[in-house]
Design a protein around this ligand. Structure first.
Ligand SMILES: Cc1cc2nc3c(=O)[nH]c(=O)nc-3n(C[C@H](O)[C@H](O)[C@H](O)COP(=O)(O)OP(=O)(O)OC[C@H]3O[C@@H](n4cnc5c(N)ncnc54)[C@H](O)[C@@H]3O)c2cc1C
Length: 346
């Protein structure tokens, strides 16, 4: 029989959300324990980890970017120093202006001071602009390092948690031998199916990515033509991602592969001798209003959620995990756009 374990915060889920929140709580001196099921596909392990402050055909600057981006850089840098590994790679992005909407948007953005430092012309090219302050997070390397750290501290357990396994009491929650003051659910899109917070308006969206190898020279920058190409080391690169609402399976599909190979044909690289090395699929934990879900359960005040990071986990989670930490430790109010109290059902 397992020895009883008393902890401050029990976390379900060890994707980027659960792992970075756990890391921050540990840094703040809290005792944590994580439960996760590694046989589930984690969206964080499929993600390309791209960080891109200006997105969409209309070239929209992410709200609150002045806080989000420095928080991401700072946290990833701290983790790089702690684990002696590079996790975040800064890389400019070449953005195609093939869509009229994007061309029009660029005409407006050129004189908008808010966009300075993010977008610029490419000399001699009228159909492409360059995006700065873009790059990618090696999510797998980061999660491997964090999980090893949690294992060393005996604060992670591999298990498939069912909602009924959690006993709720007035001042604590209990899962098997673990007693915690608070439970935080970080289960990604699966929360929509069977979690304490399944009443929230999740809009899970399936995505697929191809990993490829080319013996030829790869582009220096990330290429964004609606679909993106991410050049990596040693001739490896990724192309992605498909976007499919309502699909609930995480299987790579022939149609997804076909869509990505078609996009590859229009990418600026030599097409000969390219081989596919992997094909992955995952489900993004998207939300109705595209803002994350943070907060405590309306009926169970010691059960909370940290989820809903959609397609932007690498950019969002560092800043929002800091806010969630402050909320859990000091009771600081959560950012209103992410607080689940914005829904009348809460
Ligand atoms: C194809 C694709 C491309 C993407 N590209 C990017 C990108 O370029 N940039 C970007 O920022 N984001 C991207 N994303 C989105 C990104 O993956 C998410 O924003 C983020 O990783 C979500 O992290 P999460 O921890 O909330 O969820 P997940 O990574 O899915 O983690 C959920 C965790 O919960 C655990 N879990 C769930 N249910 C249970 C249970 N019952 N018991 C135990 N454990 C459980 C799982 O095991 C897992 O550890 C992409 C996603 C996809 C699918």
């Amino acid at each position: 029989m397992m020895q009883p374990l008393r902890t401050d915060i029990l976390i379900i889920g060890a994707g980027l959300a659960g792992s970075l929140l756990a890391w921050r709580l540990m840094q703040a001196g809290k005792k944590i324990h994580i439960l996760h099921n590694p046989t589930f596909t984690s969206s964080s392990r499929v993600a390309a980890g791209l960080i891109n402050p200006v997105t969409g055909q209309r070239l929209v600057l992410q709200k609150n970017i002045a806080a989000l981006l420095p928080a991401a850089h700072k946290l990833y840098q701290q983790l790089e120093e702690r684990f002696h590994t590079q996790f975040f790679f800064e890389k400019d992005m070449l953005r195609s202006l093939q869509h009229d909407k994007t061309k029009l948007a660029w005409e407006k953005r050129q004189t908008d001071l808010n966009y300075q430092g993010y977008l610029c012309n490419v000399a001699g090219q009228s159909d492409v602009i360059k995006q700065h302050q873009t790059g990618y997070l090696d999510t797998n390397a980061l999660l491997d390092a964090l999980h090893e750290h949690f294992q060393k501290h005996h604060c992670i357990t591999t298990t498939d948690v069912q909602q009924d396994d959690i006993q709720r009491h007035q001042n604590h929650v209990q899962w098997q031998h673990v007693t915690a003051s608070t439970l935080i659910c970080c289960q990604g899109w699966r929360e929509a199916n069977a979690g304490f917070f399944s009443f929230l308006p999740f809009q899970p969206a399936k995505g697929e990515i191809l990993h490829l190898f080319s013996p030829n020279k790869l582009p220096e920058h990330i290429i964004n033509q609606g679909k993106w190409l991410l050049p990596l080391k040693g001739g490896n690169f990724k192309i992605g991602a498909t976007y499919q609402n309502h699909a609930k399976d995480e299987q790579p599909s022939e149609s997804g592969k076909h869509e990505l190979l078609n996009a590859l044909k229009n990418m600026p690289l030599a097409q000969a001798d390219i081989s596919i090395t992997a094909h992955q699929a995952g489900i993004r934990p998207n939300t109705l209003d595209k803002a994350p879900f943070l907060g405590m359960h309306p009926k169970h005040p010691n059960i909370g959620i940290f989820n809903g990071f959609g397609s932007k986990g690498s950019l969002f989670i560092p800043w929002y995990s800091e806010r969630m930490c402050e909320h859990l430790i000091h009771g600081t109010a959560l950012p209103s756009e992410a607080d689940i109290q914005r829904y009348s059902c809460v």
